[in-house]
Design a protein around this ligand. Structure first.
Ligand code: FDA
Length: 422
């Protein structure tokens, strides 16, 4: 068995692990990064449709979920979106703002990976891909690990940077959670987030003809009120309204896509992080439009000769208009349609309340909600308070961002913060 000694062992060569390695390496630390995938930064490579939405201009703690969303504040300030943009500019990578402050590479996400791997090399970091960790334990004041290739590694710092459970096909594992538990840490409930929602078969059948239709919407959740247990007034639900469960009313104005499996698109992915089983979501498919007034005006024009689905098709996509008229059993010429029927259509368009039965799960989820509880970590450095030398960064932590570049920014910021000290 070969033996190697480093100052810092980082498990996971994703966004957070690579950023951490660069910073620690620049401080002169001898750093080993291991990843069981064949190449580093696989999620960066596929992100943003291959162009990597690498940050968001408006990143702040309000864009994150978790037991304590304010936990992220310090790291996000210490290494901000502007700091990451500077690095991207220095590397000569061209970028653009797509929408809502979301920054993408003009060319390819691979340029971000190259920027990070070049910087790691220059900082003297050793990167070993295709290598997992068979076991890890405390050894004196440091750590001893056995890698999957049999190498015995000792290091004074250990960084858990192996991400969450999303997309197991790409190598995602619960390793960080299991290892955190092994060291006595609490892990909050984890669940798929930024994920398409699914519906019961009957409803899905009515939605199937709409597969492929995209529409700009405002989608809201309808959180169940948190009930306070009279017998246990100090229960987590009553003492912490967040309690790992974002019991908060919120709305997102973005695109929604009907698919063969249910609903997707940015608006749905966003609300999925706030939705819980048993709850409904409400979708406004012509936000800001007084549908009833528009239909009534159309009824007055040309003697109401236009078909009702045609008139509605001027407000929402034609296929959606046809489907809504069919569902609400409103047909014929506008002149023949009464006020109550028009009100039903108005509600069908702008107050569609629907109960998902589930989500597509970790198979397609962009992130994992929940993770290593933040009350055990130092918010400046991501150091575990009770285990000197142990750090947790990136998606493994109970800090989950909205869709739009926030998750990578958290990975850069938390990785940078740990890299200053680990
Ligand atoms: P990350 O998952 O990136 O890295 C963890 C690494 O650890 C992986 O390389 C993995 O192979 C390795 N690993 C896991 N288990 C291991 C083990 N047991 N042993 C050794 N290695 C192990 N975010 C965003 O801000 N903008 C975007 O455009 C997108 N787009 C996007 C698209 C898709 C399809 C997905 C799935 C996700 C996104 N995201 C995103 C989310 C973003 O990818 C995610 O938040 C970050 O990659 C998290 O970075 P980490 O470094 O924490 O984990």
């Amino acid at each position: 068995m070969s033996k190697e000694t480093y100052d810092t062992l980082i498990v996971g060569a994703g966004a957070a692990g690579m950023m951490c390695a660069i910073e620690a390496g620049r401080r002169g630390r001898r750093v080993l990064v291991v990843d069981h995938a064949r190449a580093p930064g696989e999620k960066i490579r596929i992100s943003g449709g291959g162009r990597c939405n690498f940050t968001n201009l408006g990143t702040g703690p309000a864009n994150f979920l978790g037991e304590n969303p304010r936990f992220a504040t310090s790291a996000l300030k210490r290494f901000s979106q502007q700091d990451f943009i500077k690095r991207v500019d220095q590397a000569g990578i061209a970028w653009h703002e797509k929408t809502l402050g979301q920054l993408f590479c003009d060319d390819s996400a691979k340029l971000i990976i190259r920027m990070l791997t070049d910087a790691m090399r220059e900082a003297g970091v050793v990167l070993r891909t295709g290598t997992g960790v068979a076991s890890v334990d405390r050894a004196g004041t440091g750590f001893a690990a056995v890698l999957s290739d049999g190498t015995a590694v000792t290091a004074s710092s250990l960084v858990l940077a192996s991400g969450g459970r999303s997309i197991p096909k790409m190598g995602a594992t619960g390793w960080a959670y299991d290892t955190a538990r092994q060291f006595g840490l609490r892990v909050t409930e984890t669940r798929p987030a930024l994920v398409p929602l699914t519906f019961e078969t009957g409803l899905l059948e009515t939605l199937l003809p709409l597969a492929g239709v995209a529409v700009d919407v405002v989608v809201r959740n309808n959180p169940e009120p948190i009930t306070t247990s009279a017998s246990d007034p100090a229960s987590p639900a009553s003492s912490s309204p967040q309690g790992g469960r974002p019991n908060k009313e919120i709305g997102f104005a973005e695109a929604m896509l009907f698919t063969h499996r249910g609903l997707s698109g940015p608006a749905i992915l966003q609300i999925s992080s706030y939705w819980r089983e048993g709850e409904a979501i409400t979708v406004s498919m012509a936000p800001g439009v007084d549908v009833l007034a528009r239909l009534k005006a159309a009824r007055e024009a040309n003697g109401g000769k236009a078909a009702v689905h045609t008139a509605l098709g001027h407000i929402v996509p034609r296929r959606l208009a046809e489907s809504l008229c069919e569902r609400e059993q409103v047909s014929g010429k506008l002149a023949e349609v009464g006020g109550k029927a028009l009100m039903r259509l108005d509600a069908a368009v702008n107050a569609w309340t629907v109960k998902p039965v589930g989500s597509e799960g970790y198979r397609t989820a962009e992130v994992t909600l929940g993770g290593v509880a933040t009350d055990q970590l130092d918010q400046q450095t991501m150091a575990v308070k009770t285990v000197p030398g142990l750090y947790v960064i990136g998606e493994a932590v109970d800090v989950t961002g909205w869709l739009g570049g926030y998750n990578f920014q958290w990975a850069w910021s938390s990785g940078w913060a740990a890299g200053q000290v680990c």
